[in-house]
Design a binder for this molecule. Structure first.
Ligand SMILES: [Fe+2]
Length: 417
């Protein structure tokens, strides 16, 4: 994709004077802005979702993943603890771990075979004392100075978070009571099991995805499938709640009866002429409503996690950043140890809504690329974000962009813009 980028350095960028009701398009394409985000957001004082504990049940189990644009490994140490390590040899920076996942006793660099324990400690340097009394590392070379870079790790009800900063509050304090209330609703202590993965490269800036989940305005307009088959529409009972920092938010709705009245006739709605070949997908079990909670909750946990709960399909969506105008969305679909076979089948069927080819998500991926493609050519132009007013209040409806405004209020602070 040909892109026109302004060469103005990040420090000289000036946010539009209207404040957070405007988003300048250079935030989605400027390489200097992207680099600063990788340093101060993903590489700074934030908690990033890394993986689920159930993905590494046994000592030596490991998986590769990313924090922002930085490759990392998460693994189960011999003492049962979870480690998150930079996927980068301390010697020459080589990527150590090539397999997507596996089980190992140690990580060995392919270049010079420097060898590390599961906690990242360096335990082997070939020819350290030379060969035939020639060469070797200096006498004062200390193995303990050259461990793999280890992240601060916190595991919360089966979910692994990590930070490049070791000076962090707890995960509970970082996300705050509103977000942890909704987190605990999905992660209530039951053991999890992974149902499958999907991933997709999207030629759009990472924030466009994060905003997409903070944007309930589009749900009943773009997602024809949701509306046509009665899963959601503009007058579905719904709410938007922003946490006080502005970084995190929830968008929640409770699917009710889809009655047609004189008041809602003009709202695009259920199409009785459309039928699915297999209607099982649209028969959700009232799993959450029976617990007195919403049928759909979309959570944004800044900076890299979206927790999706739509009917019975639950998944982690991890945002991986590769370039200013390219990201990867990595989905981990899961269920609970208490699920019976019918529930597992239900979760799997409903997973068809989501993922790269999902009946709903495919619309988002397409429109996000179109968004990037349009705005990249006009870095000095700006978005208007005024639906639902000019503030960041919580609302008992979804006809608002208040979570996007709240996000940019917070983003400008962390980025110094
Ligand atoms: Fe969407």
């Amino acid at each position: 994709m040909a892109t026109v980028l302004s060469n103005t350095p990040a420090a000289e960028r000036k946010w539009p004077e209207e404040g957070f009701t405007r988003v300048p398009y250079w935030v989605y394409s400027d390489p200097k802005i992207f680099q600063k985000e990788m340093d101060v957001i993903f590489g700074g004082r934030t908690y990033n979702f890394v993986g689920l504990e159930c993905e590494i049940p046994n000592p030596g189990d490991y998986r590769r993943t990313f924090i922002g644009d930085k490759p990392v490994i998460f693994c189960r140490d011999t003492d049962g603890s979870v480690r998150v390590l930079a996927n980068r040899c301390a010697h020459r920076g080589v990527k150590l771990c090539y397999q997507e996942h596996g089980n190992t006793k140690e990580f060995i660099c392919p270049y010079h075979q420097w060898t590390y324990q599961l906690d990242g400690k360096l335990i082997g340097v070939p020819f350290r004392r030379g060969v035939k009394k020639q060469g070797g590392m200096p006498a004062d070379f200390r193995m303990e100075d050259w461990s793999l870079q280890a992240m601060k790790v916190e595991v919360r009800n089966g979910v692994i978070f990590a930070s490049f900063s070791h000076d962090m509050p707890s995960v509970d304090d970082y996300f705050g009571p509103l977000m942890m209330h909704y987190f605990n609703r999905v992660f209530d202590g039951r053991k999890l099991h992974v149902l499958g993965y999907s991933r997709q490269r999207i030629r759009a800036n990472w924030k466009i995805k994060f905003e997409n989940i903070k944007d309930p305005y589009h749900a009943s307009l773009l997602h024809v499938f949701l509306v046509s088959f009665g899963l959601f529409r503009a007058d579905t009972p719904a709410k938007v709640e922003n946490d006080p920092t502005g970084f995190h938010a929830i968008q929640a709705a409770t699917r009710g009866e889809q009655k047609v009245t004189s008041e809602n006739l003009d709202i695009r709605q259920l199409d009785p002429d459309l039928k699915l070949q297999n209607p099982d997908m649209l028969q959700p079990f009232p799993e959450w409503v029976s617990k007195g909670t919403e049928t759909v909750v979309m959570h944004t946990f800044f900076p890299n996690l979206i927790i999706q709960q739509q009917s019975n399909t639950v998944a982690m969506r991890q945002i991986r950043c590769f370039k200013p105008e390219e990201m990867e969305l990595h989905w981990t679909f899961f269920g609970y140890e208490t699920d019976d076979e019918a529930m597992t089948m239900r979760r799997l069927r409903q997973a068809n809504l989501m993922g790269p080819a999902g009946f709903v998500s495919v619309d988002d991926s397409e429109v996000m690329e179109s968004c990037q493609s349009g705005l990249s050519r006009y870095p000095e132009a700006k978005a208007v974000v005024e639906m639902g007013g000019r503030d960041t209040e919580n609302t008992p409806h979804m006809v608002t962009e208040s979570s996007i405004r709240a996000f940019y209020k917070a983003y400008r602070q962390i980025m110094g813009l």
